[in-house]
Ligand binder design. Structure first.
Ligand SMILES: [Mg+2]
Length: 274
């Protein structure tokens, strides 16, 4: 588990010369790799297949229902639980992500070098499960670029089966409890609390306009990725995450000062934050 130290807000002389930004929160899918990989579509097809095969929902109803639940509840999975379907979360994730063409994701040394050159804390914030997040980061060659991952399991700890190591049987586990996910404000505020960041000094990157809107409401600086035009209320728009240096040079401003002021976390390997 990652132990996250706060970034200093003042130097030893008490001057408020802290960095403009102390932390960067990155969505994963369709943000750190382009939409053109087809993962988004493949994922939706797998969700639709799960709905018809496992939940026995009429095939003709599935596409409309899938979209409606996504719109209404943040993710189709959260929506299915909210309207009363019962299924195992891990089985759902395994079915939906297990068949994704991960081989299409290639190492991205350009993004890797960009990330490693950013002096801020960097954390992944995704609605996906830990296994998928680790797989994607590994394929992109970015597994050691982030301090930690805030994922489905992090935001929904009460939905996890009992931890065997505590010796206590957790009978309260229920498969149909409400799932917390972006774009709910509560999910974003939970991530801010877990990451222990000041939203005013944090930049949030996401390809979803509705996630950007909630992030903005939570007080974060926002960057919509995969869009060449700013989408209100996003503060910036990036066609590709590769354009980050041209679009937001402030990330690197005063780098020398920031490096001395930011407390590096003790554990630098990618950890799932909980
Ligand atoms: Mg995304």
């Amino acid at each position: 588990m990652g132990s996250l130290g706060p970034a200093l807000k003042m130097d030893t002389m008490g001057r408020t010369t802290a960095a403009n930004y102390e932390c960067l929160l990155f969505d994963l899918d369709d943000t750190l790799y382009p939409l053109s990989t087809g993962f988004n579509l493949a994922c939706r097809r797998n969700i639709e297949e799960f709905m018809s095969q496992h939940l026995h929902i009429d095939e003709s109803e599935v596409p409309r229902m899938c979209l409606e639940l996504y719109r209404e509840h943040g993710t189709t999975m959260a929506g299915l639980k909210a309207v009363g379907y019962e299924f195992d979360n891990d089985e759902f994730h395994a079915f939906v992500h297990g068949k994704l063409p991960y081989e299409k994701l290639k190492p991205d040394p350009v993004l890797r070098n960009l990330l490693l050159s950013m002096p801020q804390r960097k954390i992944i914030f995704t609605n996906a499960d830990q296994k998928h997040a680790m797989e994607v980061l590994g394929r992109l060659g970015l597994e050691d670029c982030f301090e930690g991952i805030i994922c489905f399991e992090t935001i929904n700890p009460r939905l996890q089966p009992a931890d065997n190591t505590d010796g206590i049987e957790n009978n309260s586990f229920s498969s149909n409890q409400r799932i917390l996910c972006k774009p709910s404000l509560e999910a974003i505020e939970t991530a801010i609390r877990i990451a222990n960041v000041d939203p005013k000094k944090t930049i949030f990157f996401d390809d979803s306009a509705r996630n950007i809107a909630s992030a903005k409401a939570a007080g974060l600086h926002t960057v919509i990725v995969g869009s060449s035009v700013p989408v209100p209320p996003a503060d910036h728009a990036l066609n590709s995450i590769h354009n980050i240096k041209e679009a937001i040079p402030e990330i690197w401003e005063g780098e020398g000062e920031q490096l001395e002021q930011v407390i590096q976390p003790a554990a630098v390997e990618t950890a799932v934050l909980a």
